[in-house]
Design a protein around this ligand. Structure first.
Ligand SMILES: [Zn+2]
Length: 435
């Protein structure tokens, strides 16, 4: 037990991160009573446990089932709209990386709680009054008002939105005059801007010291290149549409710090990687949301959580994103994942920044499937290297290829054809594939 938190083991083997204080039980009680009054869906689930929230909130929480994306989209979104009544609210839509969009409804109280998380993410890496804060996106300008408010509360005087259009070079150029010290964008957009951004300043003259990456995971080798060319540090800001921003890295860039009083994570039957560290599929309970709140929500991410103290001294637990659950798939009974292919191919061709993988049924070869890979045109000289890795160098896949269970197709296309705000990394077209 360290850092003021502990792992709580549920009756079914799942594990949650609970704060140690006695106050936490009261906090959970207040939350569950609120949810019971505002959501007939959750009220029914609580009734079904046969337990009373006021007697033992922790055991009630223990026996509550998971919340699926489908329930979120249909039941909870409708309930959230009903809760809002005539009050003002804002919405947050998912973009790009998922097949079916989700929307989160937030009233001002929810927005202020999320703003507090965002402020702590910014202040953790020293954002303050001497900074010029610039956000770059292809659209969604409205959400940046939220980030501006968080930055201004920390004393930032200049906060600017820069619209990235199809004319990438033109849209990036104003950065030179704006002289941002803090830049916030998405990894997919940074990849698109990189050829123009990297030469914008003379070596050693780039004013950017902090580069926030949100919305997606950023590849480690690309991160290292950007940091060394611009002379800045990249900090990842972890969050999802349904939960909001919830965790950010500190100056040691080793895990995202989060506050379980706001967002409480649980992990389905985790693996213990060390006494204070667990891994598995995460479920989130949004104790801080009062309109579109969720209990044990299956957000679709595999994570690692550690209670071990961080070198920065902040006592909060840390979270590492590992991969999307939908990025793991089965081929002829063997388990594979997008990240495993990306790692094997990057090992031979370190310059891969973008890769899309589509899994297709292949009628011509009976049970076989085709793994269709897409890379940017610049990587076309490596076509044979990619085929060689796929056919011979991935354990388990080589025999599937030899026995005709799997086939490969490699194609190249312009970087701009990889999708909008976020890149679709894996699409499984097989009819039996899970949604
Ligand atoms: Zn830290």
């Amino acid at each position: 037990m360290t850092s003021g938190h502990h792992f709580y083991r549920h009756h079914n083997g799942d594990v949650s991160v609970f704060p140690n204080e006695d106050m936490f039980s009261q906090h959970l009680l207040d939350y569950l009573q609120f949810v019971q009054n505002s959501s007939s869906h959750y009220n029914e689930l609580i009734q079904r446990t046969g337990l009373k929230v006021q007697n033992d909130p922790i055991t009630v929480f223990d026996y509550l089932p998971y919340t699926s994306k489908e329930v979120y989209r249909s039941v909870l979104t409708e309930e959230a709209f009903a809760t809002v009544g005539g009050a003002p609210f804002v919405t947050d839509f998912s973009s790009g990386s998922v097949a079916k969009s989700v929307v989160r409804i937030c009233r001002s109280s929810d927005d202020l709680c999320e703003q507090e998380i965002t402020e702590s993410t910014f202040s953790r890496v020293g954002v303050g009054s001497s900074d010029c804060f610039v956000c770059i996106d292809v659209g969604a300008a409205g959400i940046y008002d939220f980030y501006f408010r968080a930055a201004r509360n920390l004393g930032v005087a200049r906060a600017i939105f820069l619209h990235l259009t199809a004319e990438v070079a033109e849209s990036v150029r104003p950065l030179h005059a704006l002289q941002p010290t803090v830049l916030l964008t998405l990894p997919s957009l940074l990849i698109r801007m990189w050829p123009h951004l990297r030469g914008l300043w003379k070596p050693g003259a780039c004013p950017i010291r902090v580069l926030f990456m949100m919305g997606e995971h950023i590849d480690t080798s690309f991160r290292t290149v950007v940091e060394s060319v611009l002379g800045c540090k990249i900090f990842s800001f972890y969050g999802t549409t349904e939960i909001g921003g919830l965790a950010g890295e500190c100056k040691y860039q080793n895990g995202h710090h989060f506050n379980p009083h706001f967002v409480l994570p649980s992990i389905k039957s985790p693996t213990y990687t060390a006494s204070e560290s667990i891994e598995g599929e995460v479920l989130f309970t949004t104790l801080h949301e009062h309109t579109h709140s969720v209990i044990k929500y299956e957000v679709g991410d595999m994570v690692r959580i550690s209670l071990a103290p961080c070198k920065c001294g902040e006592p909060s637990p840390r979270l590492w994103f590992l991969q999307r659950t939908t990025e793991a798939f089965i081929l002829a009974g063997e388990k594979f994942s997008y990240s495993m292919f990306f790692a094997a191919l990057s090992d031979k061709v370190p310059d891969i920044k973008i890769m899309s993988l589509e899994i297709l049924e292949n009628g011509a070869r009976g049970n076989a499937v085709t793994l269709s890979f897409y890379f940017p045109i610049a990587l076309s000289p490596y076509e044979n290297v990619f085929y060689d890795v796929l056919k011979n160098e991935i354990f388990g896949l080589d025999s599937l290829y030899r026995y005709g269970f799997v086939d490969f197709k490699i194609s190249f296309k312009p970087v701009t054809n990889f999708g909008g705000r976020k890149i679709k990394r894996l699409i499984d077209h097989r009819s039996e594939a899970a949604a």
